[in-house]
Design a protein. Structure first.
Length: 156
């Protein structure tokens, strides 16, 4: 099996989660870990599983992640299994009713990524996952890298 993990990261948290997923895949798959920018279509050649990760920025994927998804030609992910994850602040940990309301209303980056991947032809193999960062820049909540590795094991 050939797996491609593409991610964007601002403060290193999403990159750490992507690395934990790659490490979990390594014993059972040929793994490539790369940022969404720069991306080349050749990266998808022979890929069986695509995992896309992004920080949640303004309740959606980062600009680089959105640009990657928008640039994919229609049908380019036919025959590829896909999953998505994001890093996010837990609104329950912030004392702001407005932020809690907005997060509940607008969501996070995982669902729009899954929708876009499916529209490009991918077969979605898991619900999106959100990994919690403490504060806007992190660090990750204790145990999130272990949770990422456990989730990754379910994808293979």
């Amino acid at each position: 099996m050939k797996a491609l993990i593409l991610y964007d990261s601002y403060f290193g948290n999403t990159e750490k989660v992507a690395q934990a997923i790659a490490d979990a895949f390594a014993p059972r798959a040929e793994v490539t870990l790369a940022r969404v920018k720069p991306y080349s279509p050749e990266q998808l050649e022979g890929v069986n599983l695509l995992v896309l990760g992004s920080p949640t920025r303004g309740f959606r994927p980062s600009e680089a992640t959105q640009a990657f998804l928008n640039a994919l030609p229609a049908g380019s992910l036919e025959g590829i299994h896909a999953a998505a994850f994001d890093t996010r602040v837990d609104p329950q940990r912030i004392d702001s009713k407005m932020l809690k309301f907005m997060a509940k209303t607008f969501g996070n980056a995982d669902k729009p990524m899954l929708t876009a991947l499916e529209k490009k032809g991918a077969r979605i193999v898991s619900t999106g996952q959100g990994f919690i960062v403490l504060g806007s820049e992190g660090p990750l909540l204790d145990g999130e890298l272990e949770r990422a590795a456990a989730w990754a094991a379910t994808l293979l």
